[in-house]
Design a protein around this ligand. Structure first.
Ligand SMILES: Cc1cc2nc3c(=O)[nH]c(=O)nc-3n(C[C@H](O)[C@H](O)[C@H](O)COP(=O)(O)O)c2cc1C
Length: 187
């Protein structure tokens, strides 16, 4: 276990004590080291407006909570994308925050830079009311990981059918979330 490990967690649920929060709680309890949790719906995060300033420099001119995320991201070892499934996708709040990672894609595409030297690990936690359609959300999470230097992505933990059993009572998913945290914490 790595006690000095740093993990960035993007929480894409609009509900404070909802299903995604339950999964995250099980995850963070078993996680080693420190973490920064960004609540995408309550944080001050403007959408990327494709202003293209990042085509010439590794920076985003929008001064909001994403600036602290950029700073943490550069030194962290792992990133977690946690989200409810909305219309078979990651939530709009999560996608808004992730859109602001465009500066890293710009660095790679237009200046052929590698903004992240140290490879990161990635974990995905999803909650969904139904039983199908989480695959698209996971594929999008992997695209996001591609842009922020995440090289090792573990299988997602998904709490399904939360309309019948809330994630807080989904022992299998909670156990899997804790196990994923231990996995991501190991060297
Ligand atoms: C706008 C919206 C769209 C949704 N779309 C889907 C969907 O496509 N598939 C699905 O299985 N559940 C869908 N759901 C249900 C949520 O994924 C489910 O209630 C989830 O457990 C909520 O997690 P939370 O409490 O962390 O927000 C949707 C819910 C909302 C509010």
């Amino acid at each position: 276990m790595r006690g000095n490990m740093k993990t960035l967690i993007l929480n894409g649920s609009p509900r404070n004590n909802g299903d995604t929060s339950a999964l995250l709680s099980a995850f963070t309890t078993a996680l080693s080291g420190e973490c920064m949790i960004i609540d995408c719906y309550s944080a001050d995060i403007a959408p990327c407006i494709d202003c293209r300033a990042c085509r010439s420099a590794l920076a985003c001119p929008k001064q909001d909570d994403m600036q602290a995320v950029y700073e943490y991201l550069h030194g962290c070892d792992a990133v977690v994308i946690a989200s409810p499934v909305h219309y078979a996708e990651l939530s709009s709040g999560l996608l808004t925050a992730a859109g602001r990672f465009q500066l890293y894609s710009s660095a790679m595409i237009f200046r052929h830079e590698r903004p992240f030297v140290k490879p990161k690990k990635g974990a995905v936690l999803l909650a969904q009311g139904g039983s199908g359609g989480a695959q698209r959300a996971f594929e999008t999470a992997k695209l996001i990981f591609d842009s922020i230097g995440v090289k090792q992505v573990f299988s997602p933990v998904i709490s399904q059918k939360t309309d019948r059993l809330s994630a807080a009572d989904d022992i299998e998913a909670l156990t899997a979330a804790a196990e994923l945290a231990r996995l991501i914490s190991s060297d």
